[in-house]
Write a protein that binds this ligand. Structure first.
Ligand SMILES: [Zn+2]
Length: 199
């Protein structure tokens, strides 16, 4: 395989438009006639939308492959997209997903990974944190705070229940700015992480 590989990370809280960004990239690939050279992966554990096809606004689609371990790719796959990458930690992925992504890049492939940078309790997801240091490009998206409309960097779970990997739909979470997230977390008695004042 020829060409230089790359890693792009798209991260941020929920509701920040990460999926829209992925759809845009899929549309770009299909529009350029390159969909046959692309592979889309989602974590095995994320079954909220069912595993199958990612459809974009303009009617393009790409089949999603559920993974729990490195996946052997054909040589002609040059574009790799991984959604909800924060779930692919040591518990849910056999091997190290960051190392796998680095090896895909070294093989000359372009990797786009998207995921949450923090859980609703404010702690960084390790996989995304590590990727943000190793990616060639990081696109940090912001949502809109549900309370003040300002830039939201955090995801909050209003009922303050469930583990950090609790899956939920849009109704279970809301985006908040740092100030309002800190207010809610303090009120709910959630211990603030060490870097909780980082925007
Ligand atoms: Zn706010």
């Amino acid at each position: 395989m020829s060409g230089k590989g790359s890693i792009e990370l798209v991260c941020g809280p929920m509701f920040a438009g990460k999926s829209t960004e992925i759809s845009r990239q899929v549309s770009r690939l299909t529009g350029a006639g390159k969909a046959g050279h692309a592979a889309l992966f989602v974590p095995c554990c994320d079954v909220r939308h069912g595993v199958g096809v990612l459809s974009t606004h303009d009617g393009n689609s790409l089949e999603a492959i559920a993974i729990a371990a490195p996946f052997a790719l054909a040589d002609d796959i040059r574009f790799v997209i991984i959604d909800e990458v924060q779930f692919l930690d040591a518990e849910r992925f056999e091997g190290n997903v960051v190392e796998w992504i680095l090896s895909l890049r070294d093989q000359g492939r372009s990797v786009l990974a998207a995921g949450l940078d923090r859980d609703w309790q404010g702690s960084p997801f390790p996989v995304v944190e590590e990727l943000s240091l190793k990616a060639d490009r990081v696109l940090r998206l912001r949502a809109r705070c549900a309370k003040c409309g300002g830039p939201a960097t955090r995801t909050w779970r209003p009922d303050a229940t469930g583990g950090i990997f609790a899956l939920g739909g849009a109704g279970d979470y809301e985006p908040l700015c740092l100030e309002h997230w800190t207010e809610e977390a303090t009120r709910a008695g959630i211990p603030l992480p060490v870097d909780s004042n980082a925007v």
